[in-house]
Design a binder for this molecule. Structure first.
Ligand SMILES: NC(=O)c1ccc[n+]([C@@H]2O[C@H](COP(=O)([O-])OP(=O)(O)OC[C@H]3O[C@@H](n4cnc5c(N)ncnc54)[C@H](OP(=O)(O)O)[C@@H]3O)[C@@H](O)[C@H]2O)c1
Length: 352
């Protein structure tokens, strides 16, 4: 191997771009999900978070995903700072994908969703300010507001598009019927939804619908929040504010069962000379490769070493034999435990 040869262990990368659906922007083949830099996975290191965003932009990642409710604007302000301090060329290429709609309280509680048109415009006004940008590239409600028809919420974003405050409309965690209604209202660039080796619910009706309608998928949880990264251990102590402490998949016997699946994956990874996380990300990429690369994984790296590992997945080729071995090691319904606690599952239009 020469020093400059690009391999999964040495991702000296130039990240390819992919179209986000038929109407969306061209985005990097991997996006950076910034949530864990502010919320939900315990404490993060601010300087390292910003260095990670800079390293991602430097490597050619253009898509940065956030939510205005990730630590109440903290995540958007962090991204704003990273963009302000990035070289101009990288900043100009960066695309922001923002979720809104979740209602919070000062103690960090969650109290539902608001998708009313006036609320949509209000959320957007604050996000633009916190991010320090003059438009948001893809804007989406995080969860369907059950009291507001999706046409009204999407219609309000379409008005923001007309005025130049937003470029494209996205969706998040909605099912096939809602996708169709939204797409009948305005062009939809992408659906953001959980998809991984152990979260394959979208394959039945959601993915066929996005493909029929020319809507891209930005997949989150491709490492199942670290569970199938190969780095998560049974004795890991989680902070009180870590989502995983409440997630069914990380509890007791479920955790052991799921980590046993990771060990099966590790054998395959070792045979290929790559890491478990790289196999898991490459598998998601492979699922989109057969359909015009319509699936863009959002990796939740919040450290530069994790980012480098994730980027290495772009150089992993999984042939039919590899895919069959992976399927055998981790069959579609192999995981123990739901992907969210029951109360949060109830908010998922995608699970109806
Ligand atoms: N639309 C929605 O409903 C929704 C929901 C959740 C998330 N999202 C978005 O999707 C993004 C990604 O989701 P996620 O963070 O749950 O995904 P993820 O990539 O499955 O999980 C990230 C976790 O995996 C761990 N990890 C270990 N090795 C890694 C590696 N090489 N690269 C990246 N992470 C590695 C990280 O661990 P350590 O940092 O602990 O080492 C981090 O805690 C979020 O940041 C957010 O923007 C959207």
């Amino acid at each position: 191997m020469t020093e400059n040869e690009k391999t999964p262990q040495n991702p000296t990368v130039s990240v390819p771009t992919r179209p986000l659906g038929t109407t969306g922007p061209a985005v990097s083949a991997l996006g950076l999900g910034c949530m864990g830099m502010s919320a939900l996975y315990g404490d993060a290191d601010r300087a390292e978070s910003i260095a990670t965003i800079h390293a991602a932009l430097d490597a050619g990642i253009t898509l940065l995903d956030t939510g205005d409710f990730y630590a109440m604007g903290h995540n958007e302000m962090l991204i704003g700072e990273a963009l302000r301090t990035a070289p101009a060329a990288a900043r100009e290429k960066a695309l922001t994908s923002v979720k809104f709609g979740a209602l919070r309280d000062p103690d960090g509680g969650w109290s539902g969703y608001d998708g009313r048109p006036a609320a949509v415009k209000n959320f957007a006004a604050y996000s633009l300010q916190r991010l320090g940008v003059d438009h948001i590239d893809v804007y989406r409600i995080a969860r369907l507001d059950p009291d507001v028809p999706v046409e009204e919420t999407v219609g309000a974003i379409a008005e923001l598009v007309e005025k130049g405050h937003v470029r494209h409309i996205g969706l998040s965690e909605v099912g096939a019927e809602t996708i169709r209604r939204a797409a009948a209202t305005a062009p939809i660039a992408d659906l953001q939804i959980e998809y991984s080796l152990i979260s394959r619910g979208i394959e039945e009706s959601i993915l066929p619908t996005t493909r029929e309608l020319g809507i891209g998928v930005t997949a989150y949880g491709v490492l199942s929040r670290g569970l199938i990264s190969g780095h998560f251990t049974r004795d890991r102590r989680l902070a009180a504010n870590d989502f995983r402490g409440m997630s069914p998949r990380f509890q007791g016997d479920n955790l052991q069962h799921n980590l046993d699946l990771v060990e099966r994956l590790r054998k395959i990874a070792e045979q290929k000379g790559v890491s478990v996380a790289q196999i898991a990300i490459a598998w998601v990429l492979a699922r989109g490769a057969q359909h015009g690369h319509d699936i863009v994984p959002l990796v939740g790296a919040r450290r530069r070493d994790r980012l480098a590992e994730a980027l290495g997945a772009l150089d992993v080729t999984l042939d039919a034999g590899d895919l069959a071995s992976i399927e055998e090691a981790v069959p579609a319904d192999a995981a123990a435990g739901e992907r969210y606690p029951a109360g949060q599952m109830a908010h998922l239009d995608s699970e109806r």
